[in-house]
Design a protein around this ligand. Structure first.
Ligand code: HEM
Length: 407
């Protein structure tokens, strides 16, 4: 299965910067790859990635011991901090997901568009006045936080606090599922979760008395209606929502800038045909997928391309590779903002597929439209390699030093 002359180390900086040729070779020669020195198998072909993500009976998403390490170390906290539904299986996951779908509707997302545009415009006003900025703190990081704040119905000023909690809860992502967090990190998770719960409790009580057209009010209504959602579950649901959509959407917007600058013909095409904005955002999601890989655990003995897989085996499904698979995409390594057929897996697929996909896509479209309308040009201020985001499953940049010229 393994080869002397092929190494795919997802923690290696050079590999992370340019994984695509390695993905291509893995798809051809090593559809199931056993990593040297890491307790994990990887799959790279679209068909395998799709099949695993769809089959939640065989492939578990129960990663509580990594993303909620306190559940392993301090099981007495399980009642106060029940499992996140995104990293749960079976009936619990189905119940929580169906309840959130009742509250988090497409209508609610679409209604946010004017507020999104106002938020981008305010951030761009400042950035354009400066001329040269690091676009991550100036736009791509604060914007998704402000949108979530708007969605939940909390003041935009609390955005930085949200960002801090989000960071605390995702700090284990550098090594992700490859290494359990240490005791100090467990304590930080507990502290951040308690702080968030305290914040949400105040908000929930306010909405109970005076509902508004926001997601917290809608979830409070679900909680009240059926007794199907306990109070700690409601708090954890809000916690997941706050955390899941931040770094991912920041990555989408950052990657959009980087890819448009790397493919200036496509940027020029968008300037003359802004009707292509929605397909352009989908193309960024495919070409530079913010989440390159998702983990799964074998829930029972199974087989992958003839290789026996035991219960508990950790597998990484490489979404970033699936999205470049020539078996599905024409000219897979070409960045084409007008791509018509684009069934990318950037938001996953199957029972755990992203519930924020519409929101994230709309955010991407709103930012792109504002950038096209409000700038005559934008460019990176230097040719140095951009620093990568720390997580090995993310494709994103820690900084984007840019020069913006107003329209
Ligand atoms: C470009 C931005 C985003 C990307 C690339 C992305 C990607 C993904 C992917 C790949 C999954 C599937 C996980 C799996 O199969 O285990 C997922 C699930 C999820 N996403 Fe997103 N996401 C984005 C934005 C958002 C936003 C804005 C929200 C919420 C406001 C959100 C909430 C969630 C939740 C709650 C799940 C778990 C669903 C479940 O387990 O049933 N995401 N996302």
């Amino acid at each position: 299965m393994n080869s002397q002359d092929f190494a795919f180390d997802p923690l290696n900086e050079a590999t992370r910067r340019s994984p695509f040729p390695l993905y291509a070779r893995a798809r051809r020669e090593f559809p199931v790859y056993e990593h040297c020195g890491l307790p994990v198998l990887s799959v790279f072909r679209y068909a395998d990635v799709e099949a695993i993500l769809r089959d939640a009976e065989t492939w578990s998403s129960n990663f509580a011991r990594f993303v909620q390490p306190y559940l392993l170390e301090r099981p007495e906290l399980a009642e106060e901090m029940p499992p996140f539904f995104a990293t749960s299986d079976g009936e619990y996951h189905r119940r929580m997901r169906s309840l959130i779908s009742k509250a988090f509707t497409a209508k609610m997302v679409r209604a946010l568009e004017p507020a999104m545009r106002a938020a981008v415009d305010a951030l761009l006003d400042k950035a354009l006045a400066q001329g040269e900025v690091d676009l991550v703190p100036a736009l791509t990081a604060p914007f998704p936080i402000q949108v979530i704040a708007q969605l939940l119905g909390v003041p935009a000023e609390d955005g930085p606090q949200f960002q801090k909690w989000s960071r605390e809860l995702t700090q284990n992502q550098v090594q992700g599922v490859l290494r359990l967090p240490g005791p100090e990190m467990v304590e930080r998770h507990v502290e951040a979760t308690r702080a968030m719960h305290a914040y949400f409790k105040t908000l929930i009580e306010e909405r109970r008395v005076k509902p508004r057209a926001d997601l917290v009010s809608a979830l409070v209504a679900v909680h009240k209606d059926g007794a199907q959602l306990s109070y700690p579950e409601l708090l954890q649901m809000l916690t997941v929502l706050l955390v899941a959509g931040n770094a991912t959407t920041t990555a989408l917007i950052s990657n959009m800038m980087v890819e448009l600058l790397a493919h200036r013909d496509q940027l020029a095409r968008l300037r003359t045909a802004p009707g292509l904005i929605p397909t352009a955002v989908d193309e960024v999601l495919r070409f530079a997928s913010p989440v390159q890989a998702m983990p799964r655990l074998a829930a029972k003995p199974t087989e992958l391309h003839g290789r026996q897989v035991e219960t508990g085996q950790l597998v990484l499904v490489w979404i970033g590779s699936a999205n470049r698979d020539a078996a599905v995409f024409e000219r897979p390594d070409e960045f084409d903002v007008g791509r018509a057929y684009n069934p990318h897996l950037a938001f996953g697929i199957g029972p755990h597929s992203c519930i924020g996909s519409l929101l994230a896509t709309l955010e991407g479209c709103v930012v792109l439209r504002a950038m096209l309308e409000r700038t005559r040009s934008f460019e990176l201020t230097n040719d140095e390699p951009l620093p990568l985001h720390s997580s090995f499953v993310a494709r994103s940049y820690a900084r984007l030093p840019m020069r913006l010229v107003p329209a």
